[in-house]
Design a protein around this ligand. Structure first.
Ligand code: C2O
Length: 592
C-alpha cells in the first residue's frame, strides 16, 4: 500500500508534469569555436546546439527533421534508461533506422530519472561534427537543492577541423594502418561550452552547482578551477556522498555535478582550465602545435583583469580514480550474480588492412534489420536464440532478473570509456593501467569478495590500458542494450556489441512503433522484420551471407587515390559542406 506521503508526492508530480516539445531542424551551419571556420551540424540554424531541460516526471518530445541533404542522422539520449521505451533510444540500426535527408522522426519518452545527461547523434560519428548538447533533469528533491544559489552547465569537448566521415574513412584506411599503425585522429582543439575564453559571471559568497559534461568524442579531460575546490555530489545521474576534489578527470561521455563555493570577497577573477589527456594520443601523430588546453574564467568583476591560464595542468594522479565517489543511497553490491560474461577488448589489423576493435574477437558490423525490430518480430520460440541477431552484432541474450557481471579485460594499450545503454552499473572491481606492452592485468578470482560496500555506480567507465574492470547490473529493462567504447573512432572500428535484454518480456511490453519510425525505414528499403539478414518465415535461422568484414566502400581508397600525401585536409569547400563528398546513408548505402 502506498503511504499517504507517497500518494501526495505522486499527485504533486502528476499536477506539475508537463510535455516539453522540441522541433529540431538538423542542418549544416558554419562554426568557428576555436577560430577555425568549418561546417558543423547544428539545429534550427544554430550551433552550439540547444540543451534539453526537463523536470523529473516530464514527457519529452523531440521532433527531428533531417535537413542535412548529404547525411542520415539519429539521436540518442545518453544515460536515459528508456524503461519501456526502447524504441526511443536512438542508435541507428540498433533501435531504429537512420533518418535519411528530408525525413522526420519523433522521439517521445517519459523522464523518470534526475541529474546530468546529454544527447548526441548516434550514427556515423556525427556528434564529432557538432550534433550534441546537454540534457538536464531537475529534481526538486535533490539532496543539495536547498544549498544551491545558481546552476551552471559546463561542457568540455574535443574538436576537429575536419569532418567525421572523412576522418573515419582515413582512420579505417590501410594507409593509416601502414603509416601510423591505425592511430586515431588527434583533435585540433579543446572547448568549454563549445567555445574558448568563456566568462562565467560569479557573485561572491554563493554556492554554484556546476553540471560538468564531457561531450567529446575521444579525449578524457582534466578540469580545474583556479583556487576553488569542487564538491562532487552527482556522478552520471547518481547522487553521491559529498567528496571534495581540486581536479576532475572526465572521460568522454561522463558527467559530474560539483558544488563550487565562491569567495567571500571579489578581489580578483580566476581561470577555469580544461586539458585533454594526451596519453590517449599515439606518439607520432600529435600535431606539434597542438594546444591541449582551453581556458574560461570565473568572473567576479568584469572591470578586473583576467589572470592568465596556467601553461599546463599538473595532472593530479588522484583525480583519475572515481571509485571514491560513493552513491548516497549506499546501495550494496547486487547479487547473487547469476551470470559472468568475460569480455576481452582488443584491436587488430584485419585482412582488409584495417585497424578494427573487437569484444571477444568479434568486431561489430551493423545488421540489415535494426536489432530491436528483429526482436519484436521474432517468433516467441526464437526470440531468445542469439543466432537470429547475427554474429556480426555480437549479441548476448540476457534473461529477466539476471544479475550480470561483465568481466572486461583490456588487451589494448589505450584507455577506453565504456558505456552501457539503459542502466547505471556498479563498478565492482577496476584496475589501473597494466604493463605498457601487456599482457593485461588479470581479474582476481575473488574480485567479488573484495567489492566495495557501496560501489560506484555510473553509466560510463574508463578502463585503463592493459587493465580491467568488473561491472554489475540487473537485467530489468527489456530492450536492445548497446555496449560500446564511447570513443567515436572505436565505435566506427567495431568496438560495440549488443545485449538482447529480456526479449520475451520485451515482446510483451507492446511497444508502439510510431509511423515516423516506420516511414524512415520504408524510404530506405530497410526491412522492419526478420533476422539480422532480413529473413523471416521459414528462414529465421538462415543467416547466410552475414558479413564478417565491414564494407570498405571508399574507405581508404578515397584517401589513397585522392590525397596520397595529405593527412586530413580535404574538404573541397570548408564553408558549404553540401558540396563535399559524403555517403548519403552512413550505414545503409550498400544495402537494399
Ligand atoms: Cu552516448 Cu551509445 O552512447
Amino acid at each position: 500500500m502506498l503511504s499517504r506521503i507517497t500518494l501526495l508526492a505522486l499527485q504533486v508530480l502528476a499536477i506539475s508534469a508537463k510535455t516539453i516539445t522540441y522541433n529540431w531542424d538538423v542542418d549544416w551551419v558554419s562554426a568557428s569555436p576555436d577560430g577555425f571556420l568549418r561546417p558543423a551540424v547544428g539545429i534550427n540554424g544554430q550551433w552550439p546546439c540547444p540543451s534539453i531541460m526537463a523536470d523529473v516526471g516530464d514527457r519529452v518530445v523531440v521532433k527531428v527533421h533531417n535537413c542535412l541533404v548529404n547525411e542520415t542522422t539519429a539521436i540518442h539520449f545518453h544515460g536515459i534508461f528508456q524503461q519501456g521505451s526502447n524504441q526511443m533510444d536512438g542508435p541507428a540500426m540498433v533501435t531504429q533506422c537512420p533518418i535519411p535527408p528530408g525525413e522526420s522522426f519523433t522521439y517521445d519518452f517519459m523522464i523518470k530519472q534526475t541529474g546530468t545527461y546529454w544527447w548526441h547523434a548516434h550514427v556515423g560519428g556525427q556528434y564529432l561534427d557538432g550534433l550534441r548538447g546537454p540534457l538536464i533533469i531537475h529534481d526538486p528533491e535533490a539532496p543539495f537543492v536547498k544549498e544551491i544559489d545558481e546552476e551552471i552547465v559546463l561542457t568540455v569537448s574535443d574538436w576537429y577541423h575536419e569532418q567525421a566521415p572523412y576522418l573515419i574513412q582515413y582512420f579505417q584506411s590501410g594507409l593509416n594502418e601502414d603509416l601510423h599503425g591505425g592511430s586515431e585522429p588527434v583533435p585540433n582543439a579543446t572547448l568549454i561550452n563549445e567555445a574558448q575564453n568563456v566568462h562565467f559571471p560569479i557573485k561572491p559568497n554563493k554556492s554554484y552547482l556546476f553540471r560538468v559534461i564531457n561531450m567529446g568524442g575521444f579525449a578524457a579531460q582534466y578540469l580545474q578551477f583556479g583556487e576553488h575546490d569542487m564538491d562532487v555530489v552527482e556522478v552520471d545521474g547518481v547522487y553521491t556522498k559529498r567528496h571534495r576534489v581540486s581536479q576532475l578527470f572526465v572521460a568522454a561521455a561522463q558527467r559530474y555535478s560539483v558544488i563550487v563555493k565562491s569567495k567571500r570577497n571579489a578581489t580578483q577573477n580566476f581561470a577555469i582550465t580544461a586539458s585533454m589527456n594526451e596519453d590517449m594520443f599515439d606518439e607520432g601523430v600529435i600535431p606539434v602545435n597542438l594546444n591541449p588546453l582551453v581556458t574560461g574564467w570565473l568572473v567576479y568583476d568584469e572591470t578586473k583583469p583576467l589572470p592568465p591560464s596556467p601553461p599546463a595542468i599538473n595532472y593530479d594522479g588522484k583525480s583519475q580514480n572515481d571509485i571514491k565517489f560513493i552513491p548516497l543511497d549506499m546501495q550494496k553490491p547486487l547479487g547473487p550474480v547469476t551470470k559472468q560474461i568475460p569480455l576481452n577488448v582488443n584491436f587488430s589489423q584485419n585482412v582488409q588492412n584495417q585497424n578494427r576493435g573487437s569484444f571477444n574477437n568479434i568486431s561489430f558490423i551493423a545488421p540489415k534489420v535494426p536489432t530491436l525490430y528483429t526482436a519484436l518480430s521474432a517468433p516467441a520460440e526464437l526470440v531468445n536464440n542469439p543466432l537470429i541477431y547475427g554474429n556480426n552484432t555480437n549479441p548476448i541474450v540476457l534473461k529477466m532478473g539476471e544479475v550480470v557481471d561483465l568481466l572486461i579485460t583490456n588487451y589494448d594499450g589505450g584507455a577506453h570509456p565504456f558505456h552501457l545503454h539503459g542502466h547505471s552499473f556498479q563498478v565492482i572491481a577496476r584496475s589501473g593501467a597494466g604493463p605498457d606492452n601487456g599482457p593485461p592485468l588479470t581479474i582476481p578470482k575473488n574480485y567479488s569478495k573484495n567489492a566495495p560496500d557501496a560501489p560506484l555506480r555510473r553509466d560510463t567507465i574508463l578502463i585503463y590500458g592493459n587493465g580491467y574492470a568488473v561491472i554489475r547490473f540487473k537485467v530489468d529493462n527489456p530492450g536492445i542494450t548497446l555496449f560500446h567504447c564511447h570513443i567515436e573512432w572505436h565505435v566506427e572500428a567495431g568496438l560495440t556489441m549488443v545485449f538482447i535484454e529480456a526479449p520475451t518480456e520485451l515482446q510483451k511490453l507492446g511497444l508502439v512503433i510510431p509511423d515516423s519510425h516506420k516511414d524512415v525505414c520504408n524510404k530506405q528499403g530497410i526491412h522492419m522484420k526478420g533476422n539480422a539478414m532480413g529473413r523471416s518465415g521459414g528462414s529465421w535461422l538462415d543467416l547466410t551471407g552475414t558479413p564478417t568484414l565491414p564494407d570498405i566502400d571508399d574507405w581508404g581508397a578515397l584517401i589513397e587515390s585522392a590525397q596520397p600525401t595529405t593527412v586530413p585536409g580535404a574538404n573541397p569547400d570548408p564553408v558549404n559542406p553540401k558540396v563535399r563528398r559524403s555517403r548519403v546513408a552512413r550505414f545503409t548505402d550498400s544495402w537494399v
